[in-house]
Design a binder for this molecule. Structure first.
Ligand SMILES: Cc1cc2nc3c(=O)[nH]c(=O)nc-3n(C[C@H](O)[C@H](O)[C@H](O)COP(=O)(O)OP(=O)(O)OC[C@H]3O[C@@H](n4cnc5c(N)ncnc54)[C@H](O)[C@@H]3O)c2cc1C
Length: 184
């Protein structure tokens, strides 16, 4: 097995490292009070990083999870808050949409994720069942063309909730991840 980075991975890591070391490091402490790092997110969008998980047809780079981890590692070395904000855009939330959402939602949302105009949150954790996803109590009911969420538990630990324009909500009774995108 070849454990060497590809040339593309090497270039991407170098670009993110230059940005993070040069521009994020000095201000990292200022975001520890809960301020959202918009400035850093825009700079990451400018070099394409927020689209690392977004399929190419929606303006992203369409790269696998490993590449996302490489990017996050470089950001986390300098600014934890920016790395956590990027995790949703470059990783989890975006991948849920790219994998499960209908085309209409993908077309509407993913280009805005790439440009840094749409921050996404995921409302997964419930206090009684953190990692135990099989015991989540949030259900959905289907009415006509709409799936309405019935939250019978309480959400917890929703990162970036105040700054997000879209919320992804797993619904236990679908037997798979459901999606609630409250996008404007
Ligand atoms: C930095 C950070 C950001 C986060 N952001 C978000 C967010 O944006 N949105 C969101 O929804 N959540 C978020 N979370 C919450 C995260 O999803 C939960 O912390 C996670 O699900 C673990 O839950 P817990 O801490 O209650 O651990 P627990 O669920 O109590 O798990 C403790 C241990 O028990 C094990 N365990 C649990 N259930 C079972 C089982 N049924 N069988 C066997 N072993 C089991 C686990 O593997 C683990 O080792 C975030 C967490 C962190 C740390």
């Amino acid at each position: 097995m070849d454990f060497q980075f590809t040339e593309q991975q090497r270039r991407m890591v170098a670009a993110v490292r230059d940005l993070a070391q040069g521009e994020f490091k000095a201000n990292a402490q200022k975001y520890m009070d809960g301020t959202f790092p918009w400035e850093n997110m825009k700079k990451l969008a400018d070099i394409g990083v927020l689209g690392v998980s977004v399929p190419e047809q929606y303006g992203g780079l369409g790269l696998p999870v490993f590449d996302t981890a490489l990017v996050l590692e470089e950001i986390a070395k300098t600014c934890y808050v920016t790395a956590m904000a990027t995790l949703g855009e470059a990783g989890v939330q975006t991948r849920v949409i790219a994998t499960y959402a209908p085309d209409t939602i993908r077309e509407r949302i993913l280009p805005k994720v790439v440009s840094g105009d749409c921050i996404l949150a995921i409302c997964m954790t419930e206090p009684h069942a953190g990692a135990d996803v099989a015991n989540y109590r949030t259900n959905a009911v289907i009415r006509g063309d709409e799936a309405l969420l019935v939250k019978s538990g309480t959400g917890a630990s929703i990162g970036c909730a105040s700054y997000s324009r879209g919320f992804i909500e797993p619904a236990a009774n679908f037997g798979q991840i459901g999606l609630d995108c409250c996008f404007d």
